[in-house]
Design a protein around this ligand. Structure first.
Ligand code: CO
Length: 276
């Protein structure tokens, strides 16, 4: 009986061992699945975050919400200063003209925390300074000759659709015509750009080249030439809004060489440093 019970228990034990093996296998496979699900979940999470960041980090405001927000904004401003709108309606004397891309992700005044009345703005796709653009030239003339602004900033940005359109030529619409000067820039700098393997990085470098070129185009306008002759003129800047970090990256305009080749007056630094 003892032997029987030992046998029985050994059988029982061996059965148990087998069961344990099966159970442990199931546990291991369960955890393996769990690990797979865990990483799959992480993947989905990052996938979601990636797209929510690249496609729509905004709140998708509905139309009615815009008007409600306007009401809230009025209240905020009046809470800060009960005469806010009375003062705002008196006139403007901004120190800055900014020429930026129309892209909705480049909120020019928000990213430098500027208030109403502080920045005169012109925007178009890929922040072009076209010497035949009567819209831009009117803005430039008014801001230089009447508002006497102290700084002109052309602000481009990374991940610019206009720049990509100029490179890819896939838009097949008016944008292609509009950004054709960028396409020319692309071919002009192809030797440097072709060394950059990643297409996004290459387009971002072209954004930098473009913003410098457009800032130089500002200098070439008759409006700025007149201002240089008058002895009072604004300082010209080229900025890139790094859309991946939010940071503004100042681009080097190489003013000394622009002075050397006669595009900027000899007293450029003297005037802009004392005036601005
Ligand atoms: Co853009």
């Amino acid at each position: 009986m003892i032997i029987g019970s030992i046998c029985h228990s050994s059988v029982f034990f061996s059965v148990n061992l087998a069961n344990i093996k099966k159970i442990s296998c199931k546990i291991v496979s369960f955890f393996s699945l769990d690990i797979i699900y865990y990483f799959y979940g992480l993947y989905l999470f990052h996938f979601k975050v990636f797209f929510s960041k690249t496609v729509t980090p905004m709140k998708n405001l509905n139309f009615q919400k815009l008007l409600e927000n306007n009401h809230l904004w009025i209240q905020e401003k009046l809470n800060e200063d009960s005469d806010y709108f009375e003062k705002l309606s008196k006139g403007q004397s901004p120190r800055y003209l900014m020429i930026g891309c129309s892209d909705s992700r480049v909120p020019i005044t928000s990213l430098i925390k500027a208030e109403a009345g502080e920045v005169f703005i012109h925007r178009n796709i890929a922040n072009q300074v076209n010497l035949n653009d009567i819209n831009l030239l009117s803005v430039l003339e008014y801001s230089v000759e009447h508002l006497h602004i102290k700084h002109i900033v052309v602000i481009g940005h990374y991940n610019c659709g206009g720049i990509a359109a100029a490179v890819d030529g896939v838009n097949q619409g008016l944008i292609e015509n509009w950004v054709s000067p960028v396409n020319e820039l692309y071919y002009k700098h192809k030797e440097e750009l072709s060394l950059i393997e990643d297409n996004h990085t290459m387009c971002d470098r072209l954004s930098e080249i473009n913003v410098i070129e457009q800032a130089i185009n500002i200098i070439k306008t008759p409006i700025l030439k007149r201002a240089f002759k008058s002895g009072q003129f604004p300082k010209i800047h080229a900025w890139i809004f790094d859309i991946y970090t939010g940071k503004i990256v100042q681009q080097d305009l190489k003013e000394n060489s622009l002075i050397e080749n006669g595009l900027l007056p000899k007293n450029y630094f003297e005037v802009v440093n004392s005036e601005n």
